[in-house]
Design a protein around this ligand. Structure first.
Ligand code: PPS
Length: 310
C-alpha cells in the first residue's frame, strides 16, 4: 500500500511533521508561550523515553493514583508545547503544569530562560533512537521513512529527520547540565532502576511520596502496564495515521536493540561520527563504553550484525 503524502514544516532550521505542527504552533512555543516557575518540562529528542516520562510524571503528580493515567490520553496530560493543541491544553491549566517538548534549545520558549521552571532531559543511546525511529517511521504515515535501514541511518546521522540532528539537540541541551533546575537522565537508568529513578525525580521535583505511592508509580509505568493502557499506547489514534500491526508504538522497550540492526561497518561509522561530534561534551554515557567494546570484539570487515542476535 502506498504511503500517504507526508507533509513537513520547516522552522528555525529543523523539520517537523505537519500533522500536528505548523509554523504558528512552533512560533507560539518559542516566542509567545509564558512559562511559569512551577512548570515541569519533559524534554527529549524523539524516541528517547518521552512517553515513559509522561507516564512517570503524571503518576508522581497524582501521588501514585493511576486514575488519570488510565482515563486521559498522555498527549493531553503532558502535552507538547510545540504542537497545534498546546494553547488549548495549557493556557488555563492550573499549576503545576506537566509539559512535553522535543524542541532544541534554540527554539525553547524564550520565557523559560528567566524562569525557575524545571526540565527533565532524558537521553537515549542514539543507535537505539535510530532503530526506534525507523519502526516508528514505518508504522506511521507522517514521517520520512526508508525501507533500507542503511539509508535510514544516513537520514538520521545527517539530521534530515524530525527535530533535526540528535547530536545538535543533545549537545546544546547538555550545556544546561549543571543548572539546578535541570535533571539529566538516561533511558538506560530508567530501565535499570526505575524505582531509583522515580525517587530521584521526586527529589528533584520536591515531591514527597510514601512507599506505596512510589510502588504504584513503578508498577503503572512499567512497559507491560503501559503497553496495555490505551491512554498511552497510541491505539486511540486511527490506523491510517499509526498502524500498530506494522509495528506497535510501544515496541520492545529495551536498550541495545541496535545490535540487531546495525552491521559492523555501520556501527563503526556511527562510532567514529559519535566520537567526533561528542568529543567536547565532557560527560560519559552508559553507551560510550559499548562503542569501544564492539571495536575490540569484532574485527573490521565483518558485515554481520555487530553482536550475535541471541
Ligand atoms: S516519541 O514518539 O518521541 O514520543 O517516542 P518516545 O516515547 O520518546 O519513545 C518511544 C520509545 O520508548 C519506549 N518506551 C518504554 N521503554 C521501556 N519501558 C517503558 N515503560 C517505555 N515506554 C515507552 C518505547 O517502547 C519506544 O522504544 P522502542 O525501542 O521503539 O521500543
Amino acid at each position: 500500500m502506498a504511503r500517504p503524502i507526508t507533509h513537513f514544516i520547516e522552522y528555525g532550521g529543523i523539520t517537523l511533521p505537519g500533522l500536528v505542527h505548523n509554523e504558528a504552533s512552533v512560533r507560539y512555543a518559542h516566542q509567545v508561550f509564558q512559562v511559569r516557575d512551577s512548570d515541569v518540562f519533559n524534554l527529549t529528542y524523539p524516541k528517547s523515553g518521552t512517553t515513559w516520562m509522561q507516564e512517570i510524571l503524571t503518576l508522581i503528580h497524582n501521588n501514585g493514583d493511576p486514575t488519570q493515567s488510565q482515563s486521559v490520553p498522555s498527549w493531553e496530560r503532558v502535552p507538547w508545547i510545540e504542537q497545534k493543541t498546546a494553547a488549548e491544553f495549557l493556557e488555563n491549566r492550573p499549576s503545576p503544569r506537566l509539559i512535553s517538548s522535543h524542541l532544541p534549545l534554540s527554539l525553547f520558549p524564550e520565557s523559560f530562560f528567566t524562569s525557575q521552571a524545571k526540565v527533565i532531559y532524558t537521553v537515549r543511546d542514539p543507535r537505539d533512537v535510530c532503530v526506534s525511529l525507523y519502526y516508528y517511521a514505518k508504522m506511521s504515515s507522517f514521517l520520512e521513512y526508508r525501507e533500507n535501514f542503511g539509508e535510514f541511518i544516513e537520514l538520521f546521522t545527517a539530521g534530515k529527520i524530525l527535530f533535526g540532528s540528535w547530536f545538535d539537540h543533545v549537545k546544546a541541551w547538555l550545556t544546561y547540565k549543571d543548572q539546578t533546575n535541570f535533571l539529566l537522565l538516561t533511558y538506560d537508568e530508567l530501565l535499570k532502576d526505575l524505582r531509583g529513578s522515580v525517587l530521584h525525580i521526586c527529589q528533584f521535583l520536591e515531591k514527597d511520596l510514601d512507599a506505596s505511592a512510589v510502588n504504584s508509580v513503578v508498577e503503572n509505568a512499567s512497559f507491560e502496564m503501559m503497553k496495555g493502557n490505551k491512554m498511552v499506547n497510541y491505539s486511540l489514534i486511527s490506523e491510517d495515521i499509526m498502524n500498530h500491526k506494522i509495528s506497535p508504538f510501544l515496541r520492545k522497550g529495551i536498550s541495545g536493540d541496535w545490535k540487531n540492526h546495525f552491521t559492523l561497518e555501520q556501527s563503526d561509522a556511527f562510532r567514529q561520527l559519535y566520537q567526533e561530534k561528542m568529543k567536547d561534551v565532557g560527560i560519559k554515557f552508559p553507551w560510550d563504553e559499548l562503542q569501544s567494546e564492539i571495536h575490540q570484539e569484532f574485527g573490521e570487515g565483518n558485515d554481520n550484525a555487530a553482536f550475535p542476535l541471541s
